[in-house]
Structures are given as structure tokens and as C-alpha cells.
Ligand binder design. Sequence first.
Ligand code: MF3
Ligand code: CO
Ligand code: CO
Length: 260
Amino acid sequence: MSVTIKTPAEIEKMRIAGRLAAEVLDMIGEHIEPGVTTEELDRLCHEFIIKKQKAIPAPLHYRGFPKSICTSVNNQVCHGIPSQKRLKKGDVLNIDITVIKDGYHGDTSKMFTVGPPSVLASRLIDVTQQAMRAGIEAVRPGVTLGDIGYAVQRVVESNKFSVVREYCGHGIGRQFHEEPQVLHYGKPGDGLVLQPGMCFTIEPMVNAGKRFIKLLPDGWTVVTKDRSLSAQWEHTILVTASGHDILTLREEERAQMEAA
Ligand code: MF3
Ligand code: CO
Ligand code: CO
């Protein structure tokens, strides 16, 4: 299937799905503390999505994924499977939430810290968020996917970190992963020209060390090859006539962006 242009009615459903995904991240924050297992976090999100939101956690059984959220800790890049392992002081983790509401997907992730993070972890988390935001800021009709990738890559590499190449953002809508692929590196002017009504994610994975990764034997968990820390942030974006809307924006970010 090629890139879909969402109708106004579909955009309304995308806004709702996006808001719900953001609200799961808001809910889970206060539960992140030393001693909690990622499986317990999965359970809390699962119940919240099903019971409170009357929505569906998209990862559960997606291509055989066994849980309702992804939790990627420290050197895990993405697609970490919630487990009985306990979080400890100094850990950093990404929680990635995708919900389906009324047939449409909302996909978003953020970094959390368990107690105070190291100076390096804190810088990696901040640079990765800045990189995602630079990619988002580039989005408006007429620019290309290459312009987005270039904007993300520039922030990461000017801070001496590296962009993971094997995973990328994606179109989103009725399907979890639609066309196009949204690379987090590239050249200005390259690739697809953006049009109003397109929806896709921007979700850079950034390593403190080299960009290389490996897949663990569980078939899902992606880790850094050199065991360095990795961070990721993700939003679902709509291309509008005048620029873009962030469909998964949280209240805390609205405040930060107005202050900036
Ligand atoms: N939420 C991830 C993304 O941003 C995909 C997770 S697939 C899963 O695209 F199966 F691991 F859940
Ligand atoms: Co995604
Ligand atoms: Co995601």
C-alpha cells in the first residue's frame, strides 16, 4: 500500500488515538521507581488502555510480540520486552506506547529515568529529544523526508552521538506501520515530498557510542553492539496546510514548548 492521505474524518480519529497514547505515558510516570519490574509497568498500561480508554494495545500479538508495551532499558535500543527484571537507581528507559482506537493508531515514546541519571545519560536523553524536535520542526508541505532525516542527524552528530540506521519512523493510520519509511538521516531535498493529510512518526534511536546494533535471541530486543547507552523519543505527526500538528503531544511538553 502506498502513502495514504487522511481525510478530515480520519484525522479526527488519529487525533483521538494520539491523545490516548500520550495519556498512557502521562499515567505510567509515577510508577517508575527502583524495584518495579517492567512487566508490572506493562500490566498497568495494559489495564489502563483496555479498561479506562476502551482501546487496544497495538504491540500485543503484533507479529508475535508478547506484551502490550515496549520497555527498552539502558543499552537496549528498541523493542525491549517487559520482564521480571527490576529497575534500579540510575537506569534509563524508553517506554513505547501504541494504541488502536476506532481503527486508528497513535504511537509515541519517551525516556524515563530511575532516580538521578549519569551526566552522560542525561545528555544523551536531551540530545535525542532535541533531534526528534528538529525533525518535527522541519515538517510542512513541500519539504521532503530527506529534510527531516538531515535535521535529525545534524543534531545527533554535532553532539558526537550516532543515529541507528536499521529502524526508522513510519507512516501510521489504519495500519501500525504504513508507508513511507521515515529515516533519521539523509540529505536535504531527497525523497518523498510532504503533503497535507500525511501522518507519520519521527522516532530517532541515538547511541552514545557507535551506531551498530544487534538483535538478541528473543527475536525482538535490539541492543547496541558496543553496549553503549541508547535513547529514543517518538511522536506521531500530521502534516497540515501550514506545517504540522503533533498528535501525541503531552501536557508537560505543551508547557515546555511555550516556555522555549
Ligand atoms: N512502537 C514501535 C514503533 O514505534 C513498534 C513496536 S512493534 C512491537 O514503531 F511489536 F515491538 F510492539
Ligand atoms: Co513508531
Ligand atoms: Co512506537
